[in-house]
Design a binder for this molecule. Structure first.
Ligand code: ZN
Length: 458
């Protein structure tokens, strides 16, 4: 049975990879960077673009100037989006056209563009986030969310095709090390990066060193080998808990990236984000998370933090949330997994303490119920990170941990559907919750608008 299971997981993974590759754009070409000057110049070809007809947009970070849009014969194309257009998140949206009509998305396109960015080396900015292209004088960090590379937006399915296979040459004369997500970091000033596995492109280049371990790689981290080993052991523990809980293998060797954000973080305030297989952290250095005396993380907050980030392998990477409940399926699910992982390591008391802290935090909070969300951004940060995980905890309390575990597994298995409320309900019911029981739960728990009431059900 076990063997069969392993084989089918492997098969599933291979099929998934093969499917993903067929439907994934490929990017090749050249990227030139100056970390000191804050400049990025790209000349990139996009091939294997899907047949989306005219239902697409080409997204590119708002701070880039387009040089040329060209088709595969080299012909220079006209494009809309330059004048009086709306931004889509961090990006401007472009569409090439021919004559007066929008061009159906061709299979191949070539786009050149240049951007000059502020270098925050002394006075820092008032904000930083994953959608920024961040130069701090020593490194540049650009994640997929910024759309520093052209990203096709599939209008009909409301999907950004962030995952790409790639063959890209990066040149950076003032870089010691260059990293492109999913490939080993390489020494500068020039490096060729290739991946046949679709990846979201996180670029991190500059003055920093690489530490390679058996199950992970650390960038810019400055850990002693012993510290790195301790870190690695806790991370491996979280991964194996998830593999067991979700019955889906943790198929990645993780890159841990320490960076200095362009907004002040640390010593107590930190920020993490994930672009699989990279977990990036600013503020608290990895080194400060380790207690060499106990041979573990310094406390369970660090454990929650890394367990949350690692949970994004499942909710974020395997299941890529979209639609109205995007933030719930991305952040609340990852947070819920981190509660389970931490309980597995530190016991039930950790969870009780966690819930008690949330109760104090939310005594005056009001929310719009998940069933009534009409726009993803109605699930704000406090809602997605703090309140909504409590709904999952209440679900567990009412229906039992086996049912919720099966709900989580089923979500992963059904990745690819719109992650809206109907998907939530359908999956809960497929996990064994009857219609009548769900309706009662919905009325009592989900449709609550006063956050404090949920603690009566925990
Ligand atoms: Zn998260």
């Amino acid at each position: 049975m076990k063997r069969f299971f392993k084989v089918s997981i492997l098969l599933l993974f291979l099929l998934r990879t093969a499917y993903a590759q067929q439907n994934t754009p490929h990017i090749s070409g050249k990227v030139d960077i100056s970390v000191k000057e804050g400049i990025i110049k790209c000349d990139l070809s996009l091939t294997k673009l899907p047949a989306l007809g005219k239902q697409y947009k080409i997204l590119l970070y708002r701070g880039f100037n387009i040089g040329l849009f060209r088709n595969d014969t080299g012909k220079v194309l006209k494009y809309s989006g330059f004048y009086d257009d709306k931004l889509l998140g961090e990006a401007a949206a472009y569409m090439p056209y021919l004559g007066k009509d929008t061009l159906a998305l061709p299979q191949n396109l070539r786009i050149s563009y240049t951007g000059a960015f502020p270098v925050y080396s002394d006075t820092l900015n008032s904000f930083d986030f994953k959608g920024m292209i961040a130069f701090n004088g020593k490194t540049v960090r650009a994640a997929e969310q910024s759309k520093w590379y052209p990203v096709i937006y599939d209008v009909k399915n409301d999907r950004e095709l962030l995952d790409v296979t790639y063959d890209i040459n990066v040149t950076c004369n003032d870089c010691k090390t260059i990293y492109l997500n999913g490939s080993p970091a390489q020494s500068g000033p020039a490096a060729q990066f290739k991946s046949v596995i679709p990846r979201q492109l996180l670029l991190f280049a500059g003055e920093y060193k690489i530490q390679n371990l058996k199950n992970s790689m650390f960038l810019n981290a400055d850990l002693s080998p012993d510290e790195a080993a301790v870190f690695n052991a806790d991370i491996t523990g979280i991964a194996s808990f998830y593999q067991n809980y979700l019955q889906t293998s943790y198929g990645e060797r993780i890159t841990f990236l320490q960076h200095q954000a362009i907004e002040p973080f640390g010593p107590k305030r930190s920020w993490g984000f994930v672009t699989f297989p990279t977990i990036a952290v600013a503020g608290k250095p990895f080194k400060s998370e380790i207690n060499m005396q106990t041979g573990a993380f310094v406390n369970n907050y660090s454990y929650y933090f890394y367990a949350h980030e690692m949970g994004h392998y499942y909710f974020g990477h395997l299941l890529e949330p979209n639609s109205k409940l995007k933030w719930f399926f991305l952040e609340s699910m990852a947070e819920f997994l981190s509660i389970k992982a931490t309980e597995n390591k530190y016991g039930k008391d950790a969870t009780l303490k966690y819930i008690a802290e949330r109760k104090t935090m939310m005594k005056d909070w009001k929310i719009k119920p998940l069933s009534q969300i009409t726009n993803p951004d109605q699930i704000g940060e406090s809602y997605r990170y703090h309140y909504a995980p409590m709904i999952l905890m209440a679900m567990e309390k009412r229906f039992g941990s086996k049912i919720v575990q099966s709900f989580c597994r089923s979500l992963i298995k059904n990745a690819g559907q719109d992650t809206n409320y109907a998907f939530f309900v359908k999956t809960a019911q497929s996990a064994g919750i009857s219609d009548a029981k769900w309706k009662a739960f919905e009325a009592e728990v989900i449709n609550n608008t006063d956050c404090k009431n949920i603690f009566d059900y925990l």
